[in-house]
Every structure is written in structure tokens, then in C-alpha cells.
Design a protein around this ligand. Structure first.
Ligand code: 5GP
Length: 210
């Protein structure tokens, strides 16, 4: 009865490039089929394994600017020379249908989301060490050495902003970190502010009269 009144939760995951947000989210979504993933739009070129409309909506700069003008984004930001944005409609629909939604966005976007949607839950993913982070970005072999340099520089800026988040998770072991993410999701779902308390009381009263 109370369960039916719960609104979906918006989980916002950030963390420096290479920290393993995709790996974590993939396992989280695999284990939790009732969660929706927010597919972002970007002007970045696809990496080898990436598919349009699944990993990202890969757009031209012009298409991206049109979406900004149409106010189709919940948030958008420039990151290391490319644009990234979250289409608002799928998120509104999923949350209204009671689904939890997880999104993977950088810090400027997360700030915009928390301003527009204060009930969003901001989670920051921390690498086990900066050496490990550098190793992961290099091993990916998808960026040039200048791009790797820029991403590592940006990583330190992002780490500092982590202090404004609600939760942090250390990504040292994906199985363990997924369990921790699930714990956050579960705790958040029991927050009183996520339900209409008056409806809870009236449905309890109805049970008394039945
Ligand atoms: P990558 O190019 O490695 O896929 O992503 C670069 C950064 O952009 C990552 O930190 C990722 O979290 C962020 N990002 C991905 N999608 C979005 C989005 O829709 N909005 C914002 N603000 N950042 C995003």
C-alpha cells in the first residue's frame, strides 16, 4: 500500500574519467532490472564498442544546440572539448511511472540537476588511487596523450567538488561497490519525503474502516 505511493528516485553518479562509472552502472542495471538508465546526448565521437541510442545519442554540434534551444535538456555541460546533456523527457516519464533512474554525469551537470531537482541523490565515485586512475585511462587506449593529460587534470578538479555530494563510494571492487550502491538506493527509498504522508495515513484509515 505504502509502496504504491513511492515516487521514483533520481540517482546521479559522478566521478573522474576512468573511475569505472560504466562498469559499475552495467552491473547495477544487470542486477536491478527495475531501474532505468538515462542515456545522454553528446557531441563526442563514439568509441569502438559504443552504440548510438544505447551508450549515448551521438549528435552533431548543430543537433545538440537545437536541443538546448528547445529546452530539451535537464542539464548540459562542456567536458574536455565536447558537449554532454541529459534529455529531460525520458527521466520525467520514468520517475512519474515510479521507476528509479540512474544517470552518469560530470560535476557541472550534477550541480544543475540538484538545483532543479533537489530530491536527486548525488553519489560520487572515488578511485582507489590516482595512480590506478591514470592506469585505467591509459589502458583504455581510446584517448590521445593530450586527452589523457586533460582528463587527469580534470580528475583533480572533480575530486575537489566531490565534497558537495550526498554520498561517496570507493570503486576498488565492483561487486562490493554495487552492493553499497544498492544500499544507498534502498535507504533513500525509505525517506519520508519521498512519499505523500497524508495518503499513507488515509489508506491506513481506510483499512480500519473496511
Ligand atoms: P566520456 O566521454 O568518458 O563518456 O564522458 C566524459 C564525462 O562526461 C564523464 O564524466 C561523464 O560522466 C560525463 N557525462 C556523460 N553524460 C553526461 C551528461 O548527460 N551530462 C553531463 N553533464 N555529463 C555527462
Amino acid at each position: 500500500m505504502i509502496e504504491e505511493q513511492k515516487k521514483g528516485t533520481l540517482l546521479v553518479l559522478s566521478g573522474p574519467s576512468g573511475v569505472g562509472k560504466n562498469t559499475l552502472i552495467d552491473m547495477f542495471l544487470n542486477r536491478n532490472k527495475d531501474i532505468r538508465y538515462s542515456i545522454s546526448a553528446t557531441t563526442r565521437k563514439p568509441r569502438n564498442h559504443e552504440k548510438d541510442n544505447i551508450d549515448y545519442y551521438f549528435l552533431s554540434q548543430e543537433q545538440f544546440c537545437n536541443m538546448i534551444e528547445e529546452e530539451a535538456f535537464l542539464e548540459w555541460a562542456e567536458f574536455c572539448g565536447n558537449y554532454y546533456g541529459t534529455p529531460i523527457k525520458p527521466i520525467e516519464e520514468a520517475l512519474a511511472d515510479g521507476y528509479d533512474v540512474i544517470m552518469d554525469i560530470e560535476i557541472q551537470g550534477a550541480k544543475q540537476v540538484s538545483e532543479k531537482w533537489p530530491e536527486a541523490v548525488l553519489i560520487f565515485l572515488v578511485p582507489p588511487s590516482l595512480e590506478e586512475l591514470a592506469r585505467r585511462i591509459k589502458n583504455r587506449k581510446t584517448e590521445t596523450s593530450e586527452e589523457i593529460e586533460a582528463r587527469l587534470k580534470q580528475a583533480l578538479i572533480e575530486m575537489d567538488v566531490g565534497r558537495m555530494y550526498d554520498y561517496y563510494l570507493v570503486h576498488d571492487n565492483t561487486e562490493k561497490t554495487v552492493l553499497e550502491l544498492e544500499a544507498i538506493r534502498q535507504a533513500e527509498s525509505f525517506k519520508v519525503k519521498r512519499i505523500n504522508w497524508d495518503l499513507v495515513i488515509s489508506s491506513l484509515k481506510e483499512g480500519l474502516n473496511a
